[in-house]
Design a protein around this ligand. Structure first.
Ligand code: ADP
Ligand code: MG
Length: 249
């Protein structure tokens, strides 16, 4: 059984069946890519995994526990963190201030869950934030306002903010969208580094095939809300159904 199991998930928006009958199993410690044309339902699927949307049908379990009916905050506490298509950082705060927000949230969340436990001091939280920035090569930029950073650095910060929650599953929705090639390659290297250094599973939605084939061990192709095929990158490359969905052949 995978760390994430999606079974028979469907989601309708009015007259539009955005997801039909999605089955997906993400193996622990793998990098699993979900690809598909625009409008295929990739973001809708991700939103169903993190409590932003509730599917009409089916089940979603993480480490054997259902995520359905839980709030995004509770799902984050279960060990799932996500990075959205557009960066979600506070552009009028500097890098360190942004980093401190999830670090304090993690401490206060843990405190609320286990009120008898010892409270981590403010200094310890600040040390952790600094350590995360060092790990992500952002320490030198800690006083910089994030609004003036490159797209790649913003992404790096956002990923660092997610990792501060110590997730066991990291979900990314088109993390290189709108990036220049150099920033895209830096993001690929960063994700490889995270995979090597941490005990983590990565599920990535991506339309840039260079990114997909650089990272993924398994690929699920979604078209019109239904998985067309799931296979290794080698087999996906020449798959006739994939060529059809992408190239209209
Ligand atoms: P992808 O991420 O693969 O490009 P989406 O999941 O964003 O696709 O969208 C799948 C389909 O669902 C699209 O036709 C989109 O217009 C529609 N859709 C997505 N979100 C909503 C929503 N909140 N309300 C109505 N339709 C939506
Ligand atoms: Mg999308």
């Amino acid at each position: 059984m995978g760390i994430l199991e999606v079974k028979g998930v469907g989601k309708r928006f009015g007259g539009l069946q955005a997801l039909g009958d999605v089955n997906l199993s993400v193996a622990e410690n793998s990098v699993h890519a979900i690809i598909g044309p625009n409008g295929a339902g990739k973001s809708t699927l991700l939103n169903c995994l993190i409590g932003k949307l509730i599917p009409d049908t089916g089940s979603v379990t993480f480490e054997g526990q259902s995520v359905l009916g839980r709030t995004p905050y509770e799902i984050c506490q279960m060990g799932i963190s996500r990075v959205f298509q557009t960066p979600e950082i506070f552009t009028d705060l500097n890098v360190m201030e942004n980093m401190l927000i999830p670090c304090f949230a993690k401490r206060d969340g843990a405190f609320a869950m286990n009120a008898i436990g010892s409270v981590t001091s403010q200094a310890e939280v600040q040390d952790k934030a600094m350590q995360m920035l060092e790990d992500m090569n952002l320490a030198d930029k800690r006083h910089m306002l994030t609004g003036s950073m490159s797209r790649g650095d913003k992404r790096r910060l956002e990923i660092a903010m997610c990792l501060s929650q110590d997730p066991r599953l990291l979900l990314l929705d088109e993390p290189t969208a709108g990036m220049a090639r150099a920033d895209t390659n830096n993001t690929i290297d960063l994700l490889k580094q995270i995979k090597e250094e941490r005990d983590i599973t990565i599920a990535i939605i991506e339309h840039d095939m260079h990114v997909v084939f650089s990272l993924a061990e398994r690929i699920t192709v979604l078209a019109q809300g239904t998985p067309l095929v799931e296979d290794t990158p080698e087999n996906i490359k020449g798959h006739p159904k994939v060529r059809e969905a992408y190239l209209g052949e």
